[in-house]
Design a protein around this ligand. Structure first.
Ligand SMILES: Cc1cc2nc3c(=O)[nH]c(=O)nc-3n(C[C@H](O)[C@H](O)[C@H](O)COP(=O)(O)OP(=O)(O)OC[C@H]3O[C@@H](n4cnc5c(N)ncnc54)[C@H](O)[C@@H]3O)c2cc1C
Length: 381
């Protein structure tokens, strides 16, 4: 149904990304999941199609385009390989877009083109061992010294960090100032004073990498700070508000993949002399999944449309992230259940969807934090 709401251009983009996803990303997904290898080939394919520059101006090497186009594309990528969608999200929506939204002209011209071409991988470093949801409580410091800044402290769970060339890093100049003390820096990952320790044992989205990033006297030029002094927390929240729609789209993709697998399975598997699809109990699971997916897609598209129209979108973006991540988890759960024992083993893919879905309720603002944002906005209205 949602295709009725897409423009011709959006429909064409969806077809093109679906073709890449079905011919290249999906066939590699299980291998990348099992080996936990970074999906370089997928990144290359997405770069060639211009997906790494969606929403970024052509003057910086980007492909232009709207938030609606972004969510349409991300859904297709995630439907084939959620880990690749995670890599894309951290690279584009958190790192390149941060620079695009808040960088100076010089910063944009220097740092965005290698990101959209895929020559460099981008990462976004906010979370610390002692602060995630309460991001303003960060301990990593960025203090002025000899006309530049010096970073000290640790960031953790940083997606893409092991492969990153460019990182956006948040650090405080004075912890006692809370959110008002935070600055955002563009940091080259090979700078002296940075140690990147890859983290292993992730439940899902295993082909996306994550690391702890330790700064020990890392010098950053003053011109690599984005925004005004002390504006880093506000800018970061704005970036996260926008990137939430990309996570919501990722969830729709995972849920759709789970539904597709479940539907195909119940049409061919038999029990008690009938196809599973003939049992009303399982039909109702399919109904709930399809309804949840359609609602999720519409909610995501609504939030993206509001943003594209320059209207307030933050409540809807949080609603989309909250709702779609639950639908992804529920659809993956149902898909495993409908596969019975086979669903617990890798060849069916649904166990991967189940593992890939859970993190969607955790990163880029947990379910509880989305509720906090939505409640605050509802009470303010
Ligand atoms: C795979 C993965 C990739 C990630 N990638 C990145 C990345 O690239 N960059 C980055 O900066 N971070 C990244 N993160 C970190 C992620 O954003 C945080 O884990 C998340 O924001 C939660 O923070 P926390 O882990 O410190 O949990 P906590 O903040 O300690 O929360 C623990 C629990 O308490 C709940 N809680 C906390 N405060 C409240 C409250 N006020 N009311 C109700 N409940 C509350 C939370 O919702 C959660 O359920 C990643 C995480 C994962 C798992």
């Amino acid at each position: 149904m949602t295709e009725l709401l897409l423009t011709e251009e959006e429909t064409m983009l969806r077809s093109a990304v679906r073709e890449l996803a079905e011919s290249e990303l999906a066939p590699r997904a299980a291998h990348y999941d099992q080996t936990c290898e970074f999906p370089w080939e997928n990144v290359k394919g997405m770069a060639e199609m211009g997906l790494l520059g969606l929403g970024i101006g052509e003057e910086y090497g980007g492909s232009g385009g709207t938030t609606r186009q972004l969510v349409v594309a991300v859904e297709e990528v995630a439907r084939a390989c959620a880990a690749t969608a995670t890599v894309l999200g951290a690279h584009l929506s958190l790192c390149a877009q941060y620079i695009n939204m808040f960088g100076t002209e010089g910063q944009k011209r220097e740092f965005i083109p290698p990101l959209v071409s895929g020559e460099k991988i981008g990462a976004f470093a906010l979370t610390e061992p002692g602060s995630g949801s309460d991001a303003a409580a960060m301990r990593a410091t960025g203090k002025l010294s000899n006309g530049g800044y010096v970073l000290n402290g640790s960031k953790t769970f940083i997606t893409n960090a092991p492969e990153a060339g460019t990182m956006v890093v948040m650090a405080t100049r004075d912890r006692s100032m809370g959110a008002r003390g935070v600055n955002a820096f563009i940091v080259e990952a090979d700078s002296p004073g940075i140690t990147i320790d890859p983290l292993h044992g992730k439940m899902g989205i295993r082909a996306s990498s994550a690391a702890e990033v330790v700064f020990d006297g890392c010098a950053v030029p003053a011109e690599n700070r984005m925004g005004e002094d002390g504006d880093g927390f506000r800018m970061t929240m704005e970036v996260l508000n926008a990137s939430r729609m990309s996570i919501a789209a990722q969830c729709v993709g995972i849920a759709q993949a789970a539904y597709d697998a479940a539907l195909a399975y119940v049409k061919q598997r038999e029990a008690f002399g009938k196809k599973l699809a003939e049992f009303q109990g399982l039909q109702w699971y399919l109904v709930d999944m399809a309804t949840g997916i359609e609602t999720s897609r519409l909610l995501t598209l609504k939030a993206a449309t509001l943003k594209d129209q320059g209207r307030p979108f933050v409540t809807e973006a949080s609603m989309a992230k909250l709702y779609c991540s639950r639908v992804a988890v529920e659809c993956a759960d149902k898909a495993v259940q409908m596969h019975g024992g086979a669903g617990y083993f890798a060849p069916t893919n649904v166990e991967r969807y189940y593992r890939d879905a859970k993190v969607q309720e955790i990163y880029e603002g947990t379910t509880e934090i989305q509720r906090l944002i939505i409640a605050r906005n509802l009470l303010r209205e």
